[in-house]
Ligand binder design. Structure first.
Ligand code: MN
Length: 259
């Protein structure tokens, strides 16, 4: 076998020694979309209209028009998504260097906590406890919060209650720790956005968006199949669509793992 590392990867994919896990949810008109209270403008859901399907509009071909908000379904948050990141260089979907779209992942399993408390907040202490077992989060790695949330369907996914949505996410100090002391690539969740459902009440509000994007880091939301990833050692491939000046886009997030 060649000693070239890419040749080794190609061979490992062929033998199944390296597997690819799809971390994406299917996109459809039923895909949950984050809701904002008035007066904020809503994001459009996914929609699809047939152009032709082997019929009079195109006898030999099938295709559709699609439309949706950039932040629909499994998607990538670019730094300019948030006002704190608006001046980040290379912070839009078309200007992020492609080298930053492949990075290792650290997966923090909080399924038990999130089942007991749907409003579970990931703290610095939780992360340090994870590091005591799995080692220090390397610079440039994704941190993914495994909550089990991707198995929720219908209204339970947004989980709106009398005080607004209730879903897990990181607290303020945890986000700052990950950005400032662990130099992460970004933060990813199974929920509709990277912040906790109640993060509109935090100080500052929406800390994951505020601090990650303010530091030029990324977000991944509505991930699935995190239970198929090892705590460390997965390689994430996360390219958003190359929308000029885009703030994010639906994303087919793939993870390479050793079988
Ligand atoms: Mn988003």
């Amino acid at each position: 076998m060649s000693s070239d590392p890419l040749s080794q990867l190609i061979a490992a994919l062929a033998t199944g020694a390296v597997k690819i896990v799809d971390l994406s949810q299917p996109l459809s008109a039923q895909t949950p979309v984050i809701g904002l209270p008035p007066p904020f403008a809503p994001s459009a859901p996914f929609s699809m209209q047939t152009i032709s399907r082997y019929d009079d509009n195109g006898p030999g071909w099938y295709w559709n028009n699609i439309s949706m908000g950039e932040h629909t379904g499994t998607h990538f948050d670019a730094p300019i998504h948030w006002i704190s990141g608006r001046d980040q260089a290379h912070g839009a979907t078309d200007t992020i260097p492609p080298q930053r779209l492949a990075a290792p992942a650290c997966v923090i399993d909080a399924e038990t906590d999130c089942t007991a408390d749907p409003g579970f907040l990931l703290t610095r202490a939780h992360v340090e406890n994870w590091e005591a077992t799995h080692g220090r989060i390397p610079a440039g790695a994704w941190v993914l919060l495994r909550s089990g949330w991707s198995r929720r369907v219908g209204d339970a996914f947004i989980n709106a209650g009398p005080t607004g949505p209730v879903s897990p996410g990181p607290d303020v100090a945890c986000v700052r720790f990950l950005v400032e002391e662990r130099d992460v690539a970004g933060f990813g969740t199974e929920t509709v956005g990277t912040d906790a459902g109640q993060a509109f009440t935090f100080e500052p509000a929406f800390p994951c968006h505020t601090f990650m994007h303010g530091a030029g880091r990324f977000g991944l939301a509505s991930l699935a199949n995190l239970d198929q990833l090892p705590p460390t050692g997965a390689l994430l491939i996360t390219p958003p669509l190359k929308i000029e000046g885009g703030s994010g886009s639906p994303c087919r997030v793939l993870a390479l793992i050793s079988a």
